[in-house]
Design a protein around this ligand. Structure first.
Ligand code: 3MF
Ligand code: MG
Length: 344
């Protein structure tokens, strides 16, 4: 049965526009004001970094952290919003310069584990059981800096620690091949899922597939999604778009390659994504040129493009597709799909 979709984004998707070569270009918007934007833009779910919910959490004890997270839970309730996931932000602290779970420094590794436990506490207080792990600095700039076998052992150890700390949580690994590192240890969906099977409870480890991250790995995002769906491990998605192999652009969904976006929506819709409670998550950035008054259009536009593509997916003449497949006339199928995207 064709599902209805619920959408989510993270507060970092409304941002000041700084990049590595220039300062901010827009005023900061407070977290409370951001929350007020969600419903107006058509969104029901909030993605959190742990310190989006509890800023300065490193300076607070576990009880105070939970207390503050519960206040955020109340704010969400007032706005009619749901927390989708919490992700430990392990890439900003001076202790994690060389990575968190895979750092060569045992104190840094311990910090990463402790911080991950606090993220799990925050997730419980926000009433979500989903933890996302974007393994930002778990990689290297040069091959000789870390041992890649040991790195995987350490990632497993850290995930096991989280699974043991809470019997309720599910962990969605968000693979990305590069940036900020030269090479990340868990670059693709296949790596992330294989890592899950090394843990003590693989049934609770899946993936968050981001369009741009798959493209940066030279892969097709819809095929990555199909792979995870075949294993029942597509816990969430980060839809966006990416124009070739350059920095991680986080463009509006479908804005670069409409056919690639169509195929992502097609595989999600075909296999009832969303009917098991999954959100359609976005991870999109406003262009730096955008004025503050209109710096949320990347969110509403991505949602609109997704929903328009759902209509296109559901109105595709699947009988004709099957016939062309049976005839092995893929040239005609190619034209048929492009014409469909052009509304013809
Ligand atoms: C980086 C990302 C991250 C993660 C986020 C959730 C800042 O390329 O995609 O966005 O999605 O940290 O864990
Ligand atoms: Mg992401």
């Amino acid at each position: 049965m064709a599902g209805k979709y619920r959408f989510s984004f993270g507060p970092w998707n409304v941002h000041e526009g700084a990049d590595p070569f220039g300062p901010t270009v827009r005023r900061s918007v407070s977290f409370a004001k951001k929350l007020k934007m969600y419903k107006k833009l058509g969104f029901d779910g909030v993605q959190f970094h742990d310190d989006d919910a509890v800023p300065n959490m490193n300076k607070l004890g576990p009880r105070e952290i939970v207390k503050q997270a519960k206040e955020v839970r109340r704010m969400l309730k007032d706005e009619g919003l749901t927390a989708e996931f919490v992700a430990p932000r392990l890439w900003e602290d001076p202790r994690t310069i060389d990575g968190g779970y895979t750092s060569n420094d045992p104190e840094a590794r311990q910090y990463a584990k402790d911080r991950s436990r606090r993220s799990i506490d925050i997730a419980a207080a926000l009433d979500t059981d989903l933890i996302v792990l974007w393994l930002a600095r778990e990689g290297t700039y040069i091959r000789e800096a870390k041992d890649s076998k040991v790195a995987v052992d350490r990632l497993v150890e850290a995930i096991n620690d989280m699974l043991a700390y809470s019997g309720n949580i599910k962990i969605a690994i968000e693979p990305k091949p590069n940036e900020p590192m030269d090479h990340a240890y868990i670059p693709t969906t296949g790596h992330a899922m294989a890592l899950g099977y090394l843990t003590t409870d693989h049934k609770r480890v899946g993936v968050n597939i981001e369009t741009a991250h798959a493209i940066l790995a030279g892969l097709d995002p819809s095929d990555e999604m199909g792979f995870a769906l075949a294993y029942g491990k597509l816990y969430t998605v980060h839809l966006n778009d990416q124009n070739g192999l350059k920095f991680d652009e986080d463009k509006s969904f479908g804005s670069v390659n409409l056919r690639r976006a169509f195929n992502q929506v097609r595989i999600l819709d075909k296999y009832n994504y969303g009917t098991r409670g999954e959100f359609v998550g976005l991870d999109v950035k406003a262009m730096r040129t955008q004025k503050i008054e209109t710096a949320t259009k990347h969110l509403s536009n991505s949602r609109e493009i997704f929903l328009n593509l759902v209509d296109l997916v559901r109105s595709l003449d699947e009988g004709r597709v099957e016939q062309l497949i049976a005839d092995r006339d893929y040239e005609e199928l190619d034209l048929f799909i492009v014409n469909h995207l052009m509304g013809r």
